[in-house]
Design a protein around this ligand. Structure first.
Ligand code: ADP
Length: 388
């Protein structure tokens, strides 16, 4: 086991058609020994490139990567102590599961055949595929192939596991099952793991910490709770959570946020925080998650009139699709809360879960995010830090 240290790493691809592509842009990240860190972000945000640089499958254009105390920039992939599990499993079709699992280890280590066989048996048992070892990939299900691919990584007893969207090719139910299985294996082995996915739900459920990437830059690093409850900026707020956070354009006017559909009076506590960052007349974006909006009496403070267009039952909860002064808003309420479709109602925002973003930089002025994460926050990072 070992830590992984990524220090100001940049990757530029020289593409014959498109010229220079800045895929990873000055990323710094410390992954602790034994930690499970997930890198999440939209397609093209640089997740795979970052992971492939750790694996040694891509050169590092600038910056330094270390595993433990060792700088690995120029170390061959097989000598880095990493094992990677790919999205397409990358199994040899003509080899049995057993051979697939042992092949790499035999090539790269001087372990005896007995020792290799023993490790394969152990890993297969861990993955629950002992009785599949003599089959070839073509006669295994997607889930079994994925287990063989993970087993192959386990037999190498690496210092670091690298997972590149390993569950994307599985159906939804199996994906959920394999999530818990991979977590169990990681906990059992305690191996430092970096896991790339575009699936925010996977990231939220599996990780010790999540790294949110956009356009090659880190937007935020934090525990799943921090990322969800205190998104550093509008990008993170919007990317994480389903259905996504509601957002409304507002203007700060004294102690009030004036929007198209409502005037929202801030409590003194919030006002103090907002005042540190924003001045009167400033354009802000108010963000509130669907589960943080509640039905209210019209006499309550900050009550907002809305029209219920659609009520959608999703089992335990109902989604309410509202319009407020021409703006759409999604609300999540318990399943036994069933207002009539097509009627007017009143809602209120849960102030403790209110988010306010500066329009110019996207920065969340109410989040307590560590400065390191803020430094790169928002695509306009240098502008954001200079201004804030
Ligand atoms: P993600 O894994 O988040 O989808 P990638 O790391 O695959 O993102 O890609 C990041 C950026 O780098 C994208 O703009 C992509 O087109 C570009 N890119 C990735 N691989 C190559 C390559 N081999 N040559 C040129 N550009 C590449």
């Amino acid at each position: 086991m070992a830590s992984v240290s990524i220090d100001d790493v940049t990757k530029i691809y020289e593409d014959s058609d498109e010229g220079r592509i800045l895929a990873v842009d000055g990323v710094s990240l410390e992954v602790e020994d034994g930690e499970f860190v997930t890198i999440v972000g939209p397609s093209g945000s640089g997740k795979s490139t970052l992971l492939r640089m750790v694996a040694g499958l891509e050169d590092i254009t600038e910056g330094t990567m270390k595993i433990g105390d060792r700088v690995i920039n120029d170390v061959q992939p097989q000598d880095r102590g990493v094992a990677m599990v790919f999205q397409n499993y990358a199994l040899y079709p003509h080899m049995t599961a057993r051979k697939n699992m042992s092949y790499g280890l035999k090539l790269t280590s001087d372990l005896s055949d007995e020792k290799v066989a023993e490790r394969v048996e152990e890993a297969a048992e861990m993955m629950g595929i002992e009785d599949q070892l003599d089959k070839k990939p073509g006669s295994l299900s997607g889930g079994q192939q994925q287990r063989v691919a993970t087993g192959r990584a386990i037999v190498r007893d690496p210092e670091v596991f690298l997972f590149d969207e390993p569950l994307s090719n599985l159906d939804a139910k199996l994906r959920v099952h394999m999530r818990t299985e991979l977590q169990r294996i990681q906990e059992e082995l305690g191996t430092t793991s970096i896991y790339v996915t575009h699936d925010q739900e996977e990231a939220m459920t599996m990780s010790d910490r999540i790294v949110v990437l956009d356009a090659g830059q880190i937007q935020q690093v934090g525990t799943p709770e921090e990322i969800y409850n205190e998104p550093a900026n509008l990008f993170v707020a919007d990317f994480v959570g389903s259905p996504s956070m509601n957002t409304f354009d507002v203007e700060l006017n004294g102690n009030t946020l004036v929007g198209e559909a409502f005037d929202y009076h801030l409590s003194d506590q919030h006002l103090e925080r907002v005042r540190e960052d924003a001045s009167d007349g400033e354009q802000l974006i108010l963000g509130i998650r669907p589960e943080n909006i509640h039905l209210a009496e019209s006499t309550e403070e900050n009550a907002i009139r809305a029209h219920l267009d659609v009520r959608e039952p999703i089992g335990s909860d109902n989604y309410l699709y509202l319009t407020m002064g021409g703006e759409e808003c999604r609300v999540r309420v318990p399943g036994d809360v069933k207002p009539e479709e097509g009627t007017d109602l009143t809602v209120r925002f849960d102030e403790s879960n209110l988010h306010l973003f500066r329009e110019k930089t996207g920065r969340n002025v109410l989040a307590d995010v560590e400065p390191a994460a803020q430094a790169q926050a928002s695509g306009e990072s240098s502008v954001a830090t200079a201004e804030d």
